[in-house]
Structures are given as C-alpha cells and as structure tokens.
Design a protein around this ligand. Sequence first.
Ligand code: HEM
Length: 196
Amino acid sequence: MTEIIFHYTGLSPTAFFTIVALMVVTYEVICGMFVSPHDFVPIKTQPPLHLGDITEEDLWAYNGSDSQKPLLMAIKGHIYDVSTSKMFYGPGGSYAMFAGRDASRALAQLSFKPEDINGNLEGLSDAELEILQDWEDKFMEKYARVGQLVPKKTLTENKVGENGCRIEEVPKATKTDMLRESTSVEESGIQKDIHL
Ligand code: HEM
C-alpha cells in the first residue's frame, strides 16, 4: 500500500492522506456555502380564510391562545387577519390585548384599558373617530379582511313563516350596532351592504 501510494503520487502515505482529508474538508465547506435543491422545503400555504358573519364570542377563539388558529382582530365590526403581525398581536406582543376582539374604541382613544377594548363607538369625539378612521385605513391596506361581526341573534333566529317561506328575524339593533352600521356605510363605500 505504502509503495503503491509512493509509486503513483510520489508522496508518503501521511502526506497523501493529509492532502485527501484537506480536499474533503474544503469540498464540504464550499458546498455548505451554497443551497442545495434538497434544502428547499415547500412552504405550507394556508388557504385564504373566509369567516363571513361571526359573533364577538366566536372572534374570541382567534385571540392567539390556539397557535393553530389565525390571529384576528376587528375594527368597526370588520374582521382582519393579523397573523402576519404575530409580534404585535400574538401572545406576549405589545398589542396582544386587541387580538380576538373588536378594538375600535381603544384604538380611537389610544387606550389600553380593558374596558375600552370593544366595538362601542358611542360618545367618541370627531377627533377620536378620525384617529379610528386612520387605523381602519391602515388595516384595510395591510391585512386581509376575512369577515364581519354580527350580533348573535342574526345568526340564530331564522323562522319559517305561515306560507312556508323562511323569514329572517331582524334583531333589535343595539345602539352600538347602529353606530357600527352607520359608520361602516358612511365611511367605507366598498363595504356598504355588510350588515344590511
Ligand atoms: C408610547 C406610545 C407608543 C409608541 C412609542 C408606539 C410605537 C409603535 C410602533 C413602533 C409600532 C410599529 C409600527 C410599524 O412597524 O408599523 C406600533 C404599532 C402599533 N401600535 Fe403603537 N405605540 C404607542 C402607543 C400606542 C397606542 C396608545 C395604541 C393603541 C391603543 C397603539 C397601537 C398600535 C397598534 C395596533 C400597532 C400595530 C399596527 C399594525 O398592525 O401594523 N400604540 N406602535
């Protein structure tokens, strides 16, 4: 073996194996600098979420406590998928308290008080409504809208009339609902028929 190596390479076995080892190491280092096709793992793309009409109670399920569910947040009853900003709205995030909620009032008043984290627009000043509008514009631009909040009754109370036709009972709108509706109709031309 020693003679064969010396015969073909003119090197001692020690020098020969040292050079081979160095070549292998160099090869591995250089290969490591490039991405191999095997390194590409297909990214699992989530199908686009579409929730339609849901209640505030249902929205709560998307507050980040279940990592399998997207993070959702609502402004003026319009629900946005904010999963891409997990650092803001996910567990431990600065704005995690808004996830799974309609945060309109808190955003309008720039408040983090738990009692302000709701969709009640009653009594907000023009300036606050303007701030809220800015937030809504930001969210419409940045996040996908996946549904809208409706009062519980809208989903549950459908009755069959005397002639067999299905009649939808229009729930008595609360002041909050009415405010929410009128604001969304006035302010968002695209979403005009959402709650109507
Ligand atoms: C000391 C005051 C505050 C500072 C320094 C601050 C700072 C920031 C910064 C740096 C961002 C990231 C902006 C971006 O990358 O787009 C942000 C995002 C945000 N802030 Fe604040 N913030 C403050 C107060 C507030 C208040 C009072 C609210 C509402 C009650 C608020 C709600 C939000 C929300 C919702 C986002 C995320 C917006 C998104 O989803 O893109 N912040 N804030």
